[in-house]
Each structure stands twice: as C-alpha cells, then as structure tokens.
Design a protein around this ligand. Structure first.
Ligand SMILES: Nc1nc2c(ncn2[C@@H]2O[C@H](COP(=O)(O)OP(=O)(O)OP(=O)(O)O)[C@@H](O)[C@H]2O)c(=O)[nH]1
Ligand SMILES: [Mg+2]
Length: 423
C-alpha cells in the first residue's frame, strides 16, 4: 500500500513561563496546534523567568539546550509559545540553527491550510500580510532574488525593502476592498434574515468541541434536509466560515441557528480583526450557546478562553447558556439540564431533542411584552417595531402612539424608556 500521508516535520516546542498559572495549558494547546499543522512534537523545553530577554526571548543557556535537544532528536524547527519580535526570531535562528515558528505564525498557517471559501481565504491572507509587513527586513527580501550580504548591497536592499512594503500595502488594500464586497453581500443576506424578525441562536466555543456536529444533529432531527449539513472533522479549526440555517424545533417557533469558527487561547489579533465579518452572526445573536467538550480535562480553561474571545470581539451583553457536549465519553448521566447548563452528546438523538427544547425555552421565554407610549413624531421607531417585534396593538391619542409589542431582550431594553406610566 502506498502511504499518502505527508512526512511530518519533527519539532521541539518551547515557552517562557512568566509566572502564569495557565502556562501548562498553553503548552498543551501549542502541542495540539503543532500536530494540527502536521508536525511531530518530539521534545519540550520551558524556562521560568521574571521577564523575557529582549533580544533572544530565552536566556543563552536555554537556547543552547533547545539547540542540543533538537539536534539530538533530529528536529528541524522550534515552535514558540508567544508572538515574538522579528529580531528575536532572527537571533534564535542564528543561535540554534533551527527554523523558528512563533505561535501566531503557526495559527495563521493552520488557518491558511484549512480555508476553503473565498471569504475565509481572503481573511487569512489579510491577517498573514499584516503579520508579515512589520517583519520585512532588508536581508530577508522576498523580491530580492540574489540575496547579498554586507554593506555593499545595503542600498539596493533597502530600496527593494521599500518596494516590498509598497507591494504588500497594495495587496492589503486590494484584499480589504474585496472582503468589503463579500461582507456587503453577506450583510444583505443577514439583513434579510433580521428583517424576518426571527430570533438568532449562535453556536460558539472552543475548537473541536462539537459545534458542527451539534448543528448537524439538530438539522437532521428537525430539518430533514441532508444537503444543509455542515462539515465535521476531528481536527482543530475544521470550520472557518459561518453556516446559517433556518430551523424550527416545536412546529411554531422558527429561528435562525449559526455555526462558526472555533476559538483557542491567544488568537492572533489580526486574525480576530479579519474574521469579524464571519463572527457577525454571533454578535447579532439573541442567544449564545457556548459548546464545551466536557470530556476534556482542560474544560474549565476552554470555557474561559471562549468567554475571553467573545469579549474581544465585543460580545458582552448577549445571554449565554453552556452546553457540555461529549457526555458519552464521560461516566455522567445525560441528557441533564440544570439552570442555564445542559449536559448532552451531539451524537445521541435523545440529547439532541433535549437540547432543542432547552434552546427553544431560553430564546422564547426571554421575549417580553411591553406597553409603551411613543411620541407622535416617532414614525421611524414605530416602523422599527413593526420590523423587529410583534406589534399586538397600536392606537393614536392626542399625546402619543400607544403600542403593545412583544420584543426580544435587546430591543426590550431599548424601548423600556417609553414605558407607559399607567397601563
Ligand atoms: N464521542 C463524541 N464525539 C463527538 C461528539 N460531538 C462531536 N464529536 C466529535 O468531535 C470532533 C469535532 O467535532 P466538530 O463538530 O467538527 O467540532 P467543532 O466544534 O465544529 O470544531 P471546529 O470547527 O474545528 O471548531 C469530531 O470528530 C466529532 O465526531 C459527541 O457528543 N461525542
Ligand atoms: Mg466546526
């Protein structure tokens, strides 16, 4: 049989611990990320420091330890747990004679390999160029085919560097423009959905927690259309886009459900920025379902990571429920609901039904009826209510417009200032 598996690159992972209680967890993630990038982790090195060395990140003794370990184990690269400065990377390469890959570059590379749609590809390309731009260096000039060292070539190197910068700047502008076009098309679609008044539920969470499997389980049980199913795979960042489906769990209440890109700690800032359009469904949601792999020993850190990323993308005041998935891999009884938590397995049909009920109850129980009096000249507010709520009564009086309307929580708080004094 022919082995089609590409040869794995042997690497050593290394990190500096600045007294961080989560350091072990970050190193575990780094190993998983390296493996997701087709690398074989053969060794680990760590150094406890009060602060990193400005020029070399690690101390010199530690760098020699990394060099000797890697050479002994035939590793060709060292993967580092932080985003390093270009100078630190160059110095470590010089001292260790190893290829140096920092955490940001590693994540960008995985995303680049996984991206399938035009939007995802553009988003990753943008983040990569933004990462590379400040890292251009005269001696590492990609346009300069004949690399020359020393002072003789410096002049030409610098002008080529300028040229390189301008080329990348131009590429960045072009990609941003194209992304804007894609985003406009997406936002038209999303506006159409918003105008249909349907509540939106976003499945979010740590990568590989089972968001897409959950989405498929729900679609299979309640939608019956196999063509609507999304991609599932046991690997980090299987999903890099947002899939949106209309669904109905109880025969009366339709809503929109979305599955999106998974999270991990220390997601590169540029990447989050570039993926904001993809994450828009989550920021517009009425309910966030944080899906967690309950069989993983790092479950608590994974929940915290998701909360942190949600905060970074500006999602702070949307109700969140936690769905503890993969209960079949634990010895706990499931499905089980407790307050805003559910323990379930996306692969178990009884669980999927319980999850559907759990979600339906939470989105629709949040809806409230409000009796308000709008000013007579507030026609635009009234049309907003017609578009976004269920207007049950509307009466013009001498002093204003009396309206009885059923609203989602986000609109409820906006309109409570118009509350009728006496009802
Ligand atoms: N045993 C078990 N495996 C599950 C369950 N849910 C999901 N999985 C598996 O977990 C792996 C990841 O599932 P996905 O649904 O792709 O996870 P995801 O959260 O969408 O991951 P990303 O898109 O990479 O962020 C797959 O191999 C699934 O088959 C579950 O309830 N039990
Ligand atoms: Mg997925």
């Amino acid at each position: 049989m022919i082995d089609n598996q590409p040869q794995k690159t042997k690497v050593v992972v290394a990190g500096v611990n600045l007294n961080d209680p989560n350091f072990d967890y970050y190193m575990t993630e780094l190993v998983n990320l390296s493996e997701a990038n087709n690398m074989l982790v053969v060794g680990q090195v760590r150094q406890n420091l009060e602060q990193v060395y400005g020029g070399t990140y690690f101390g010199l003794g530690k760098l020699n330890e990394i060099k000797n370990l890697a050479h002994g184990l035939q590793a060709s690269a060292v993967v580092l747990n932080d985003e390093l400065t270009p100078m630190q990377i160059r110095n470590i390469e010089k001292i260790t004679k190893l290829q140096v890959i920092d955490r940001t570059e590693l994540i960008l590379e995985i995303f680049a390999n996984r991206a399938k749609t035009r939007q995802a590809k553009l988003q990753v390309q943008l983040a990569r160029l933004q990462y590379e731009l400040p890292r251009l260096h005269p001696s590492e000039n990609t346009l300069d085919q004949q690399r020359g060292g020393g002072s003789v070539n410096r002049g030409s190197g610098e002008s080529k560097l300028e040229l390189n910068r301008r080329t990348i700047d131009k590429q960045i502008t072009a990609i941003k423009k194209e992304l804007q076009n894609v985003a406009t098309q997406e936002s038209i679609k999303s506006k159409r959905r918003n105008n249909s008044k349907l509540p939106q539920v976003a499945l979010v969470g740590y990568t590989n927690a089972g968001k897409s499997t959950t989405m498929n389980g729900l679609l299979k049980a309640f939608n019956n259309d196999a063509s609507k199913e999304v991609f599932v795979k046991n690997m980090l960042f299987a999903t890099l886009d947002t899939s949106v489906r209309r669904i109905n769990f109880d025969g009366t209440n339709d809503f929109i459900i979305s599955d999106t890109v998974g999270f991990i700690s220390k997601l590169p800032h540029n990447l989050i920025e570039s993926f904001k359009a993809t994450l828009k469904e989550a920021s517009d949601a009425d309910l966030i379902v944080n899906i967690v792999d309950s069989s993983d020993s790092n479950m608590l850190q994974m929940i915290k990571t998701t909360q942190k990323v949600l905060h970074e993308i500006g999602i702070t005041n949307i109700p969140v429920v936690t769905a503890y998935n993969k209960a079949d891999l634990t010895n706990k009884k499931f499905p089980e609901i407790e307050g805003n938590d559910i323990l379930y397995s996306a692969k178990d049909s009884k669980s999927i039904k319980a999850l559907a009920k759990f979600i339906t109850k939470r989105i629709f129980s949040n809806y409230k009826t409000l009796n308000i009096e709008l000013p007579l000249n507030a026609g635009s507010l009234l049309s907003y209510l017609h578009e976004n709520g269920d207007v049950q009564k509307e009466k013009y009086t001498d002093t204003g417009i009396l309206v009885k309307v059923k609203l989602a929580p986000k609109d409820y708080s906006k309109f409570s200032i118009y509350k009728q004094k006496s009802e």
